[in-house]
Design a protein around this ligand. Structure first.
Ligand code: CA
Length: 242
């Protein structure tokens, strides 16, 4: 049974979420404080399969909590509950380490679908990761199974969606892929998601992969299209032209 942790201070909503998710067969825990969730996940090391995280909370807000979880080495899939009126919340949520988001108010059915989607992608990531051979980009080893990028002694953990996006790019190595394609294939979102969210993830992946993230060589921007990953740079064959 999948365990879900909900951080939501609107009592009505929290109980509605609990009721519906329990009816779907999930084991649900609810708290109204981010601090409590941080304790459960980082200190008590309790195992949950997904975190539903409200942004506006008394005390620590959802963005801060997501950042602290990631910084503390917790890579639980996070579905952020944002305010619809604030478009930038979406971007900040992804920047903070969220894997997906849902704008309030939402239909419970949509939320259930998103939670199931997140868990499904998380399972795919596990299965996919086991069959995916580690790859090298710019001399850095990407190990999908452990969700890490290994550079010499340094290991960086990837979040679920960072790893999924990277797997997608690796599968399309050398090809230009559009933001829309990425949203549909990696996030399973068809409409109304801000494609700038993708740019945000690309910036993060560049920090892991590039020598100079400002001058990306491996994770390239393809003007008017989207992005392209190349694993190895073609050596300039300048000597042949001389
Ligand atoms: Ca709230």
């Amino acid at each position: 049974m999948s365990r879900i942790l909900i951080v939501e201070d609107e009592k009505h909503l929290a109980e509605g979420l609990r009721f519906n998710l329990e009816a779907d067969g999930f084991d649900v825990s609810v708290t109204d404080k981010a601090e409590e969730a941080l304790k459960l996940l980082l200190v008590d090391k309790e195992k949950f399969d997904a975190l539903l995280l409200d942004v506006m909370l008394p005390g620590k807000d959802g963005f801060t909590a997501a950042r602290e979880l990631r910084a503390g080495g917790c890579y639980i899939p996070i579905l952020m509950l944002t305010a619809r009126s604030r478009e930038d919340d979406v971007l900040e949520g992804f920047e903070a380490g969220a894997d997906d988001y849902l704008a309030k108010p939402f239909e419970l059915k949509i939320l259930q679908a998103r939670v199931n989607g997140l868990l499904r992608r998380s399972r795919w990531a596990e299965v996919g990761a086991k069959s995916a051979e580690p790859v090298e980009v710019n001399g850095k080893k990407i190990d999908f199974e452990s969700q890490q990028i290994i550079t010499g002694e340094k290991k960086s953990m990837l979040t679920l969606m960072e790893a999924n996006l990277l797997q997608f790019l690796v599968r399309h190595e050398g090809q230009a892929v559009s933001r829309k394609q990425i949203l549909e294939s990696v996030w399973g979102v068809r409409q109304d998601t801000d494609t700038r969210a993708i740019d945000n993830f690309i910036v993060r992946l560049r920090r892991y992969l590039e020598d100079d993230p400002q001058e990306p060589q491996y994770l390239q921007t393809v003007r008017g299209v989207g992005y392209r990953l190349v694993q190895k740079l073609r050596k300039e064959t300048s000597s042949e032209t001389h």
